[in-house]
Design a protein around this ligand. Structure first.
Ligand code: ATP
Ligand code: MG
Length: 354
């Protein structure tokens, strides 16, 4: 199989961890006989410096000609004082919008060997393995009218049945492939948009009798994520609730550096990036954890290219290396062997080469 991949390394450690993901995909290409062609483009702070825009037109074109997008991270102190249209994060918002990436997947999985860094008790965190499915292009963050003056402010929470249905269907499909459990999170006791959300979930559920689903009110979901996190398999929710709950869930593993994400269009095209930011405090030191970026590459193989065996191989290699006692610098206090970004990547690559 031959695929063209747009590579937007971005800023700070985004560059370092993206190189790690490319090295792993190259290895998969050799082992399973696939050809990946890399097309590098600018986004974020680096793009602002070179072109005056956080998402230059050439980058959009390059992504349009590709089969998927691999992204690092954007931002950094250099651009913090820029006016809002010249902020690195603007590039990310624009790319999500341009490509209609309406379904955001955030898996959270605890690794046995790293449980000591979880803020939760080890026996609470130990079996955590969930995916949060967040609606990404609708709801409160995009609704009009939206404005404020000194006395009043308004935001609009608007959802159409179609917007809800596409993300809910995706979540049911995912639950079917996993452990067959779905939690739909809403605030249907208060919000009108949540009442429609619930209706759509009920309608879609009829097509998935094999999936056991329940509705959970968002405040209760926030509590359960901390008290019984391992009871969740797939969670589906609207944009703002998903933003908050996915950050809450992400701390369970103890490091942002471990976590991948995917943002998908309905046809399967997608953008894959680690959950973490550009981490200016550790950039350029070859100490960033590349695992989140590497697992994002695995998600790309599975979700955009249907390469399940290849994706499983990457996840198994990561698991094996972590269980063998290796880690990166953010885990330095738990008595395991600390590797640099490139050494950790090499371990995973060697494991994949067998
Ligand atoms: P952004 O605004 O871009 O999301 P942020 O400040 O919210 O940035 P990060 O840039 O991800 O978040 O950094 C938060 C903290 O986590 C920093 O101390 C950073 O060093 C650490 N961190 C983030 N990613 C990694 C990683 N891959 N490996 C090790 N540490 C990381
Ligand atoms: Mg952040």
């Amino acid at each position: 199989m031959k695929k063209q991949i747009a590579v937007l390394r971005g800023d700070g450690i985004g560059k370092e961890v993206t190189d790690a993901a490319i090295a792993v995909l190259e290895t998969i290409g050799r082992r399973f006989d696939h050809e990946f062609e890399w097309k590098h483009g600018l986004i974020g702070g680096g793009a602002i410096d070179e072109t005056g825009q956080p998402l230059p037109d050439e980058t959009i074109q390059l992504c349009e000609q590709s089969d998927a997008i691999l992204l690092g991270a954007v931002g950094g102190p250099k651009w913090d004082q820029n006016p809002s249209h010249l902020r690195p994060e603007k590039g990310l918002l624009q790319i999500r919008k341009h490509f209609e990436l309406s379904v955001n997947l955030r898996p959270v999985k605890a690794y046995q060997s790293l449980l000591a860094v979880s803020p939760l008790k080890e026996d609470v965190a130990k079996d955590v393995d969930m995916v949060i499915v967040r609606e990404l292009t609708g709801g409160l963050y995009f609704g009009e009218p939206s404005h404020h003056d000194d006395k009043n402010a308004v935001d609009t929470l608007l959802y159409s049945r179609e917007e809800i249905e596409r993300v809910v269907v995706h979540a049911f499909e995912l639950a079917k492939q996993r452990r067959g459990k779905l939690n739909s999170v809403d605030k249907a006791n208060v919000l009108e948009s949540s009442k429609l959300w619930r209706k759509v979930v009920e309608d879609v559920a009829k097509r998935y009798p094999e999936v056991e689903y329940e509705h959970t009110i968002v405040d209760a979901a926030a509590m359960k994520l901390i008290t019984y996190p391992s009871t969740f398999d797939v969670i589906v929710t609207e944009n703002m609730f998903g933003d908050i709950l996915s950050d809450e869930a992400s701390v369970i593993t103890g490091s942002l550096g471990m976590l991948p994400s995917a943002s998908l269009r309905v046809d399967g095209f997608g953008l894959y990036e680690p959950v973490h930011g550009s981490a200016p405090d550790i950039a350029g030191q070859n100490i960033a954890n590349p695992v989140g970026a590497i697992l994002s590459a695995a998600m790309m193989l599975r979700s955009s290219f249907g390469l399940f065996e290849e994706a499983d191989a990457i996840e198994a290699a990561v698991q094996k290396i972590l269980e063998a006692g290796y880690c990166t610098s953010e885990f330095k206090n738990i008595g395991r062997e600390v590797l640099s970004t490139t050494d950790m990547t090499e371990k995973i690559v060697n494991e994949l080469e067998g």
